[in-house]
Design a protein around this ligand. Structure first.
Ligand code: FES
Ligand code: FES
Length: 179
């Protein structure tokens, strides 16, 4: 009589221990001269931090795809699109938003020049454009039209036709002191 083959059961593989989801990361950012220490989810975008946690709603969201530049802010002096960065990437950084341009109730010369030159219509793109202009003028006080075009290449305006934006930045270059 043939021997009965007894199949041995394999011991089940141990399940990997579930990774604990990181839901809150402590960060510290200096925004318009004020330090904020707070926690954010790793997925929080920088623009969400600025608008929703810090209530600085002058930074706009136009596309969410790095195209329009409405969300432009300065991070350590460089223009960045805050819809395309995570808030945690700004940990330890210094940010400037449009709210930080005004000082002691006085408009910054760039803000004033945009008004005086009719460099805006609906104004949706304007905060981002002003911060790109700020970055340009911080290292080039006499920008050519080509310099200006290059500096604002990442900012889209759907209203003005750009001519008055160029004039505004040229006027700001004449008036700006100590940017
Ligand atoms: S909202 Fe960031 S580039 Fe358009
Ligand atoms: S002023 Fe309307 S989008 Fe630029």
């Amino acid at each position: 009589m043939p021997k009965k083959v007894v199949k041995r059961k394999r011991a089940p593989k141990p399940k990997p221990a579930p990774e604990a989801a990181i839901t809150a990361v402590p960060i510290s950012v200096k925004v318009n001269g004020k330090t904020h220490s707070l926690t954010v989810e790793p997925r929080t975008l920088l623009v969400e931090l600025i608008r929703e946690k810090l209530d600085l709603t002058g930074t706009h969201v136009g596309c969410d795809t790095t195209y329009c530049g409405a969300c432009t802010v300065l991070m350590n002096g460089a223009a960045v699109k805050s819809c395309t960065m995570f808030a945690v990437q700004a940990d330890g950084a210094e940010l400037l938003t449009v709210e930080g341009l005004e000082k002691d109730g006085q408009l910054h010369p760039i803000q004033k020049a945009f008004g005086d030159s009719y460099g805006l219509q609906c104004g949706y793109c304007t905060p981002g454009l002003m911060l790109s202009a700020f970055q340009l003028l911080s290292h080039n006080r006499q920008p050519s039209e080509k310099d200006i075009r290059k500096a604002i290449a990442g900012n889209t305006c759907r209203c003005t036709g750009y001519q008055n934006i160029f004039k505004a930045i040229q006027l700001a270059a004449q008036n700006v002191k100590g940017v």
